[in-house]
Design a protein around this ligand. Structure first.
Ligand SMILES: NC(=O)C1=CN([C@@H]2O[C@H](COP(=O)(O)OP(=O)(O)OC[C@H]3O[C@@H](n4cnc5c(N)ncnc54)[C@H](O)[C@@H]3O)[C@@H](O)[C@H]2O)C=CC1
Ligand SMILES: O=C1[C@@H](O)[C@H](O)[C@@H](O)[C@H](O)[C@H]1O
Length: 336
């Protein structure tokens, strides 16, 4: 395709507006031609500011001739209602995480994509596009630290809205990124998970915070994930792989370290938009470049399904205090 890719965006909230900004101001090869949101006023405001046509609903946006590809940034439970019609229309879909909010819905999406006979879905698990995570994976794959034995992940948010954020969201909304990264780094599926919580952070009220997920991978490696969502000082993401002959960890992400009479210091990112700004740019540019060539790459519907299985098991494990196995359907060859 020589012309620019025409993208229709469903959901013009926080991340929808951020992706529209990057497509419009930062990236190349695409423009946002259409928007819709359950909050019509919000869609009108964004559409007017960005010169995009406002559609009444996702069905009319998806079927528009002015939309070559669909970007879904609505709330998780609404994703399936846009993903399935976009697949039926044969249009490439970028869907923010999660793919859907139940294993049954993820399977329906997988079946529809397999029936279409080619990959059409990329999920917004952007950490795979982050330069630091990519370097960590390259280090493991090079054999420099020997066989990976353990991966330790820490996912710390400055704060969460106390009236909206629940115990389950620490797994289904936050830990899902670490589950994705563990599978990506180690090239293994998760076979079981347990979740424990100790002393609570007094800032979070009744919230179980922090929690620790412990996952056994199919090849025997162990993964630990700390999720803390009220650390106050910023957005702090860590990852370290311990191998047979060495260790490798994510470096600090700030570009500058200041040394002065007070010691040495660097900025802690405020939130995920700051920490992963380049990763989001790279993932969306990849979606655009691929869609213009008629293909789709990046995290797949299979990844979305596998993460949902582990997320569901994690929620059950947190409630029961027991280790919960992660049983999955057979992987269709489309995703090999
Ligand atoms: N990859 C990442 O790091 C991040 C991903 N996300 C994901 O992005 C999605 C959106 O999150 P936010 O932008 O933070 O939420 P938000 O609440 O700021 O925006 C969501 C928007 O979707 C609209 N919406 C809800 N249902 C809809 C429907 N059926 N049709 C059309 N519009 C609908 C809402 O009115 C709202 O404007 C979520 O799935 C979330 O998990 C969010 C933050 C970071
Ligand atoms: O996806 C995201 C949010 O929805 C979630 O709430 C945060 O914990 C994550 O760090 C962010 O990347």
């Amino acid at each position: 395709m020589n012309e620019e890719l025409k993208i229709g965006v469903i959901g013009t909230g926080m991340i929808g507006q951020d992706h529209i900004r990057r497509i419009t101001e930062v990236l190349s090869g695409a423009r946002v031609t259409a928007v819709t949101d359950a909050d019509r006023t919000r869609a009108e405001e964004v559409g007017a500011r960005r010169g995009a046509t406002v559609f009444a609903d996702s069905a009319s946006l998806i079927s528009s001739d002015d939309v070559d590809a669909v970007m879904i940034c609505s709330w998780g439970p609404a994703h399936i209602d846009a993903v399935l019609p976009a697949l039926a229309a044969g249009k490439p879909v970028f869907v923010e995480k999660p793919l859907a909010t139940s294993q049954g819905d993820c399977v329906k999406i997988i079946e529809a994509e397999v029936a279409a006979g080619k990959r059409l879905i990329q999920i917004g698990y952007m950490r795979r596009y982050d330069a630091a995570y990519a370097a960590l994976k390259a280090t493991i794959d090079s054999g420099a630290i020997g066989a990976p034995l353990m991966y330790h992940s820490a996912h710390r948010n400055a704060s969460v809205p106390p009236d909206l954020y629940t115990d389950d969201m620490a797994i289904a909304d936050t830990m899902v990124h670490d589950i994705d990264v563990a599978r990506f780094l180690l090239d293994e599926e998760v076979s079981q998970i347990r979740v424990i919580a100790g002393r609570k952070n007094s800032v979070g009220g009744a919230l179980r915070d922090p929690i620790l997920g412990v996952m056994e991978m199919s090849g025997g490696a162990i993964v630990t994930v700390e999720v803390s969502v009220n650390i106050g000082y910023g957005y702090d993401i860590r990852g370290e792989v311990s191998g047979e002959t060495g260790t490798a960890e994510l470096a600090e992400s700030n570009h500058v370290v200041v040394k002065s009479g007070d010691g040495f210091a660097g900025r802690v990112p405020a939130d995920w938009r700051e920490r992963f700004i380049e990763a989001y740019d790279t993932e969306v540019q990849d979606f655009i470049d691929n869609a213009r060539k008629g293909v789709v790459g990046g995290p797949s519907a299979w990844d979305g399904y596998a993460i949902q299985v582990v997320s569901d098991a994690g929620i059950e494990a947190a409630r029961s205090g027991r280790a919960v196995p992660c049983a999955m359907i057979e992987k269709p060859t489309l995703y090999n």
